[in-house]
Design a protein around this ligand. Structure first.
Ligand SMILES: *Cc1c(COP(=O)(O)O)cnc(C)c1O
Length: 376
């Protein structure tokens, strides 16, 4: 029998997405990312928890944003839009630029001056987006995008676009597909909080359970009643981690001047504020925060001890999990999935301070180094 190669998440999950059967997908074969079990770190922490990383850095533009973008851009294209627009801390602009190119559309991105990682900027430039760098932060950009969307013929592809969340819910589908069940805990970084809301929609559909996130979100969708067969009987506890300098969910209110080295979650006015609180309440979950130091330390540990290089924002999920496992908040023996939202290559500045020494190209020099490292 001929094996059909993987052609992206709309083709795989079309029946569960608000995309008509005959609508051609605008796709870069996103999704189908690996669920990698962490081996060394859990052993070091002395826990019997299984910790698995859903490595979204392996999407076509290097972050989970591609899952939402394929659905949002497919719909925009079907509706005849000529252009898309977004505000972005970097990854949304990279993804929007790539998918707009696939669709033959114009792409406009608003980015905060000085706070976008170089890799992400390179992507938006190379894919030919029109970049508007603003003297403000993400929240300022988002406000402008909402306003311009009312006056100009451009489709907004930020996560306030409900199709984005529909695409991103497939992380839950794939996780359940891989594990055969929902995990006990699903932990992830929270910026605008679209992703945690999307995860919750996906898990709720699979469990055949109602969620006020799904309901509220569906009422804003233009078409398609989503009918997913019951496959599992539980949903995970949802845990959202933020960076201390940008932690509105911890403060219980918006933060006016968000700061963190984890630029992907440097957001003070989360757009999916209500949805995330619903997911929090319905799952019995919690929010917590980590300092930049904890975040960067965990990013390094994941890279150097597990072989998984994610970007700083992504590492907050595992940094938070480590603390919650140690304190017993996450019970021993649990199955814990962490979404590693983006690839480490996005932000090469994390090694900026590392100075490499050059040596003369002699065999003796090389043998010396190997010898001292291996003790031979
Ligand atoms: C967008 C993004 C986030 C935050 O996701 P939200 O849906 O805004 O909460 C986290 N990490 C990375 C790498 C991202 O690109």
């Amino acid at each position: 029998m001929e094996k059909q190669h993987y052609t992206g998440l709309i083709d795989r999950y079309r029946d569960f997405l608000p995309i008509a059967p005959d609508t051609p997908a605008i796709t870069l074969c996103e999704g189908d990312t690996p669920l990698i079990e962490l081996k060394r770190l859990p052993r070091e922490w002395g826990t019997d928890c299984r910790i698995l990383a859903k490595f979204e850095g392996l999407n076509p533009t290097g972050s989970f944003k591609d899952r939402g973008m394929t659905v949002a851009v497919t719909r925009a294209s079907e509706e005849g839009s000529r252009a898309i627009i977004c505000a972005s801390t970097g990854n949304t602009s990279a993804s929007a630029a790539a998918y707009a190119t696939r669709a033959g559309m114009e792409c406009f991105v608003l980015i905060p001056e000085g706070n976008v990682a170089l890799g992400k900027l390179a992507q938006a430039i190379m894919h030919g987006a029109t970049i508007l760098q603003i003297k403000g932060n993400f929240d300022d950009g988002m406000r402008l995008v909402r306003e311009v969307g009312e006056e100009m013929p451009v489709a907004i592809v930020n996560s306030i676009n409900p199709y984005r969340l529909q695409g991103q819910k497939t992380i839950a589908y794939e996780t359940v597909g891989a594990l055969g069940d929902a995990p006990d805990y699903h932990c992830l970084p929270v910026g605008n909080a679209g992703n945690i809301s999307a995860h919750w929609i996906g898990y709720s559909e699979l469990a055949g359970l109602e969620s006020s996130v799904t309901e509220t979100c569906e009422s804003s969708l233009a078409s398609c009643s989503i009918d997913v067969p019951k496959q599992v009987d539980k949903r995970p506890v949802m845990v959202g981690y933020q960076a201390s300098g940008s932690a509105p969910f911890l403060r219980g209110e918006w933060v006016e001047k968000p700061e963190t080295r984890a630029t992907a979650i440097r957001i003070g006015h989360p757009q999916s504020w209500d949805y995330a609180w619903m997911a929090h309440r319905e799952s019995g979950g919690w929010f917590d925060e980590c300092t930049d130091e904890e975040i960067l330390d965990m990013q390094r540990q994941l890279a150097s001890r597990e072989g998984v290089f994610c970007e700083p924002a992504s590492a907050v999920s595992v940094a938070g999990v480590m603390r919650d496992i140690r304190s017993g908040k996450i019970e021993n023996g649990s199955v814990v999935v962490c979404t590693l939202t983006g690839h480490g290559l996005k932000d090469p500045s994390v090694v900026e301070d590392v100075k490499l020494e050059s040596v003369e190209p002699t065999l003796a020099n090389i043998k010396d180094v190997i010898g001292s490292k291996l003790g031979v």
